[in-house]
Design a protein around this ligand. Sequence first.
Ligand code: ZN
Length: 285
Amino acid sequence: MLAFVLIIALALLAALWFMIAPVLRRRRRLAWSRQPVPPQWPEWLRSHMPFYESMPRELRERMHRLMLIFLREKSFVGCNGLIVTDEMRVVIAAYACLLVVNRPGVPRTHFYDDLMSILVYPTAFIVHEREEEDWIVTEGHRVLAGQAWDARRIILSWEDVREGVSEHENVVLHEFAHYLDMEDETMDGAPGLGSAAAYEEWSQTFWDEYEQLCDDVDAGRETLLDPYATTEPAEFFAVATETFFHQPGALREAHPRLYEQLMKYYRLDPASWIGGHEAGGSGHG
Ligand SMILES: [Zn+2]
């Protein structure tokens, strides 16, 4: 009898906690977002985010508010001896928050809620892989600049974060785009879009554009999107996201349908940000 009462009490407590926890998290997030923005941020962001100055002021401020929450909530872990500095944290947080700056529900919900840590390596890192198919085991390793490991962890190489941005490669945007893509359980190049009609429109556009890019790369034609995007649809979405922010004018001109889909999804129109940050370079991260 006592055990029964105990089990009921524990179940009630657990149910109560599930109801209260999101309310507490919302309150915490709102309080953090009202903290003052450290004075060094604009300088760090100007040197690591080429379009920072051209972003509308209110958008920049909203991004700062989200960063205050992100930096309090997620832990940054230095790997292979790297000491993660405040500047590194701020730059990574800025790109992560930019992707969801206009997302409905943010920052109360849908704000990388399950993500716990960002592991930062000084340079590209090696991942060991083991695959088993038809009793044949293949083992090997890959050298990576970043990896959206699972719902709780994202791994980045700081060297690639720092150097890529000037070349229009952006491993932070790339991996966080993968993370958003994974939120609906599958990493397939289509993030959660809300409605069946939106999925239909998205998959038609993305599939056409993906196949066109594969044809162009096979034919040896020069492409705006990095050929790495042809690896699979998930990579196409991540690479297109990088180009959307770093070469928005060029993307809108060369791939208007793709640009429009990304604009609808991110609820941002980077091509309209004035400042001409698009000069030079091309590539992916
Ligand atoms: Zn990728």
